[in-house]
Design a protein around this ligand. Structure first.
Ligand code: FO1
Length: 324
């Protein structure tokens, strides 16, 4: 079975690790999983290109992630960061560990040699054994797209800051007026992205942030049309439970675009292509025009691989029921 997923950071990575586990349990492989990763979070720091969502997907699927925080490397140290701070090098609000730095150095070296982000991502994925798992990780685009956030400075002025500064330095605590995906007007879908959507047997939307992760991928030219046109059922998993995000600041992001923080409202953002929607029992009364609802038979919380696998199984079963 060819499965394609659009994914952001921690929620997307944990869901896909669960999906891999669920597919292994089915024992009827091989299944090809193509993951289209959000690159709107990407940022250049200390002259290095950092791709937080792609790295979170690599580390989580590859078994190297720091489990308690969902991003960054397990067993990490921060010697280099301490030395940078000693020199007063900025910024210091974004934690970069020594092992993580190697990823950014390798990526920046290969990009500097003229390789595309897709090629670089494939090289990094080799080290993490993704192809052995039948997983192909594609950036949504090979040209740079950066999400910036227009915030109120408080003195009546507005200011645009990089998404990571809003997300990490301000912890999304400063009201966001709107999000701007810089570079999207010049971005083309990376090779294989649109084909992976059109040629899939199933398309899944993990419980990633609907505004700054899934929403950014949907902004890549051709992606939304491919989702509308694919013969594959498109099934998503709600990132909200009873109006609250499972983690992160999805509610602050939804408020910024004037959308209610509910499972129903998020499904409404995908209404033009969504065929199925998986919700927590607390949201059983959710109604989505044109999409079939599956109420998960337990909390929609991915506490561990097993619970993520169970949720992925619910989403996959809903998709397969929509195919037949
Ligand atoms: N998130 C934080 O809350 N604080 C950090 O200092 C931080 C550093 C960081 C470094 C590398 C990386 O790949 C991710 C990092 N994240 C950090 C997470 C990141 O901001 C978010 O996971 C995504 O960008 C949003 O999905």
């Amino acid at each position: 079975m060819r499965i394609t997923a659009l994914a952001g950071g921690v929620g997307g990575a944990r869901f896909l690790r669960g999906l891999r586990s669920h597919l292994d349990g089915l024992g009827d492989g091989p299944h090809e999983l193509t993951v289209i990763g959000n690159t709107g979070d990407d940022i250049t720091l200390f002259g290095l290109r950092v791709c937080p969502d792609l790295d979170t997907l690599l580390y989580t699927l590859g078994g190297g992630v720091k489990e308690s925080q969902g991003w960054g490397r397990a067993g990490e140290t921060h010697v280099v960061q301490g030395e940078l701070a000693a020199y007063g090098a900025q910024p210091q609000w974004f934690a970069l560990g020594d092992r993580d730095f190697a990823t950014h150095i390798a990526r920046s070296q290969w990009l500097g040699q003229g390789r595309s982000l897709s090629e670089v991502t494939a090289l990094l994925a080799q080290r993490w054994g993704l192809s052995e798992q039948g997983v192909r990780l594609l950036p949504m685009s090979d040209s740079p797209v950066e999400t910036h956030v227009v915030i109120d400075r408080g003195d009546g002025e507005t200011e645009a800051v990089h998404f990571q500064e809003w997300w990490v330095r301000h912890q999304a605590g400063v009201p966001a007026q709107r999000f701007v995906a810089l570079g999207m007007d010049r971005a083309a879908a990376a090779s294989g992205v649109l084909e992976a959507i059109r040629g899939a047997d199933v398309v899944l939307l993990p419980p990633s942030n609907p505004v700054v992760s899934i929403g950014i991928i949907l902004g890549v030219p051709g992606v939304r049309d491919a989702l509308r046109g694919t013969a594959a059922p498109v099934v998503g998993v709600s990132p909200l439970i009873a109006g609250a995000p499972v983690r992160g600041h999805a509610d602050a992001c939804l408020a910024a675009i004037g959308v209610e923080a509910s499972a129903q409202a998020v499904a409404g953002l995908y209404a033009d292509f969504l065929d199925g929607w998986v919700v927590d029992p607390a949201d059983a009364e959710c109604r989505v025009k044109g999409a079939r609802l599956a109420v998960h038979d337990g909390p929609l919380l991915m506490r561990d691989v097993a619970s993520a696998a169970h949720i992925a199984g619910t989403a996959l079963d809903l998709a397969l029921s929509l195919r037949s």
